[in-house]
Design a protein around this ligand. Structure first.
Ligand code: ABU
Length: 366
């Protein structure tokens, strides 16, 4: 019997990780939570159904490349069990036309020490996505006697979970930014809803983004579930589509974090970092002006890197500015050609979920 699961942050030495798979991925039909996420001018508007086979194959090649790179560096790589998502998802409370994918794992699985918890996602199409990881969870459970296999309270996702008529084709970017600044999002507060990728783990402190995929009630739930942690609600006013913290605020090692210059952490929320001598550096500009086709995410996946330890970091190979900045910051960037996976939910950090990193729960902000 060995210890398989342990991780308290995104930068201690990585020893075991889950890398997603793109098989059977579907572009979901519009629903209250997702329509808000798709930019008005996106070619994905009004489009749904299985993703083109050649794009799935290319994404899987990119994911396999990442897995190989990690394995060549001694990291154990686990993979989910793909599910046929092109079928209706039905619960007593809603019916979705299809599921979505088992990408990216970072949205679904939150590792907190020896616990991996499946999240409480607000997208109806993602309701059953955790099932793709259940064979791995069962394996960890059988092999690691200390592993805590948990599931956050499942949201019901009835119509009461969303603001009606919140989404409107005519909403301008300026209006979206105003809504972000006012913390006015599509989800209501009837139940806790959260994506794991909105949670930034820094040992004792959890910085959780309030946005399109995580609501206030989730923050309250985290406070009660993890009483030994400090939970900080953070928001980034410059983001018209605030979803997931890992293309916005990305720690590289203790004391150093890169922040998306278009989505700066507000002054009041910076204080805890500054008071503890953390350096917050503007991330380099993305090398691309557009995301790849059929991609939900922004060009800022450029900064969505996977930190292997306090020195080594995997960065997408075409992101030349980010690669250069990593060197200037004293990191050793390892380029991996990964852009073909972007459309399937995100970059290198998104596409993985921590299983084991060395280290323990530190208090970086005493
Ligand atoms: N899943 C991360 C996406 C963040 C962004 O679109 O900027």
């Amino acid at each position: 019997m060995t210890k398989i699961v342990n991780s308290w942050n995104d930068f201690d030495p990585l020893k075991r990780v889950i890398v997603g798979k793109a098989d059977f991925s579907v572009i979901p039909d519009e629903e209250p939570a997702t329509s808000e996420k798709v930019p008005v001018d996106s070619e994905m508007r009004g489009m749904w159904g299985p993703r083109p086979t050649e794009t799935v194959e290319k994404a899987n090649e990119a994911l396999d490349r990442l897995a190989k790179e990690l394995e060549s560096r001694g990291v154990i790589v686990d993979r989910p069990t793909p599910i046929q998502w092109n079928q209706a998802m039905i619960t007593p409370d809603f019916r979705a036309q299809s599921g979505m994918t088992q990408m990216p794992p970072r949205d679904i699985l939150l590792t907190m020490g020896n616990e991996i918890m499946a999240s409480a996602n607000s997208f109806r199409c993602r309701y059953f996505e955790y099932l793709a990881y259940w064979p791995l969870m069962n394996q960890y459970f059988e092999e690691d006697p200390e592993f805590l296999w948990t599931q956050a309270p499942r949201p019901r996702l009835t119509d009461k979970s969303y603001k009606h008529n919140y989404y409107d084709e005519k909403i301008s970017i300026e209006e979206r930014l105003e809504r972000t600044a006012n913390l006015d999002f599509v989800t209501t507060e009837v139940e806790p809803m959260w994506d794991a990728a909105d949670v930034l783990r820094l040992g004792k402190d959890l910085f959780i983004q309030h946005g399109l995929t995580t609501n206030r009630k989730a923050m309250e739930w985290f406070k009660r579930y993890y009483p030994e942690h400090r939970v900080h609600a953070v928001n980034f006013p410059g983001d018209p589509y605030p979803i997931h913290i890992d293309a916005t605020f990305v720690p590289l090692r203790p004391g150093l974090i890169i922040n998306n210059p278009e989505r700066r952490l507000p002054e009041a929320q910076r204080k805890i970092f500054e008071a503890n001598d953390w350096q917050i550096v503007d991330a380099a500009q993305p090398a691309h002006t557009e995301p790849p086709p059929l991609c939900y995410s922004s060009v800022w996946l450029s900064m969505n890197c996977l930190v292997l330890d306090h020195k080594n970091v995997i960065v997408e190979a075409s992101e030349v500015n980010q690669l250069e900045q990593m060197e200037k910051l004293g990191m050793n960037p390892i380029p991996v050609d990964f852009r073909d996976a972007y459309a399937f939910g995100g970059g290198l950090h998104c596409s993985t979920a921590d299983v084991y990193r060395e280290g323990s729960m530190e208090d970086y902000f005493p």
